[in-house]
Design a protein around this ligand. Structure first.
Ligand SMILES: [Zn+2]
Length: 249
């Protein structure tokens, strides 16, 4: 039958192909909310399903604020747009509805998180002799007052921790994300101030429990600490993106 395809049949099949192509073009033309590998958080207690569709079995109900990684999608089904998400904490895979997902990357055009200070890593994230280090220390040749910048936009607070960080700044970024900047010698923000990414927030110091001037920088999500990449002595530049570690959390 196919080898006797008449002109009329060819036109018909071309027409079908053209329609399909138009459909694809329309879909790709509307900006997708997320990209492959992007970190997202649930904005409510959220079902994640075996396949797209509210009639599909529920694999898990993730918590409000729980973080996942986009692995597939989008697929439009049953009036919803669905994304395949790997829920990192529980290592579960499923499909969830776009409207209950929010990017944790801070929107288009901005890097997720940027290094808060120009200098070099003096103590990386991870196990060390004195215990687990849940952030990175960045030094800058003992240059007290070296500017520390917000790693991401959010609400910044001034704080004091007598036993550890001394004077420090923390910033809430939404979706459970928070960054902290310890041992500062000065504040460049007021308590509760909205800051943009890269805004000057403090000066490097050695306040609290510190063996020398540096900033202790950590990224939290809920009770988890993000494993910040970087090796001892590595140079970092304020405002440049911190590589994302998809094995985190
Ligand atoms: Zn530290």
């Amino acid at each position: 039958m196919s080898r006797r395809l008449g002109r009329r049949s060819i036109l018909k099949s071309l027409g079908t192909a053209a329609a399909a192509t138009t459909g694809v073009a329309a879909l790709s033309g509307s900006a997708a909310a997320f990209t492959d590998g992007e970190r997202v958080a649930a904005t409510t207690a959220l079902n994640t399903r075996k396949q797209p569709g509210t009639d599909q079995p529920i694999v898990a109900t993730v918590n409000d604020g729980e973080v996942g990684e986009i692995m597939n999608g989008p697929i439009d089904k049953g009036g919803y747009r669905w994304w395949g998400v790997h829920w990192l904490n529980r290592n579960v895979w499923g499909w969830s509805v776009e409207r209950y997902l929010t990017s944790t990357s801070g929107g288009s055009g901005s890097a997720d998180l940027v290094w808060p200070m120009t200098g070099y890593i003096t103590s990386p994230y991870g196990q060390r002799s004195s215990g687990f280090h849940n952030g990175v220390d960045i030094g800058a040749n003992g240059n007290i007052g070296q500017p520390i910048y917000a790693a991401h936009a959010g609400t910044a607070y001034t704080a004091y921790d007598a036993g550890g960080y001394g004077n420090y700044v923390y910033i809430n970024h939404g979706n459970g994300y928070r960054t902290e900047y310890g041992h500062v010698n000065s504040f460049a923000i007021s308590d509760g101030q909205q800051v943009s990414q890269g805004q000057h927030i403090a000066g490097m110091g050695e306040d609290g429990n510190a063996t020398g001037p540096h900033v202790h920088f950590e990224i939290q999500n809920g009770s988890n600490h993000y494993p910040i990449p970087g090796s001892d002595g590595q140079n970092v530049t304020a405002g440049t993106a911190i590589p994302r570690d998809y094995n985190g959390f």
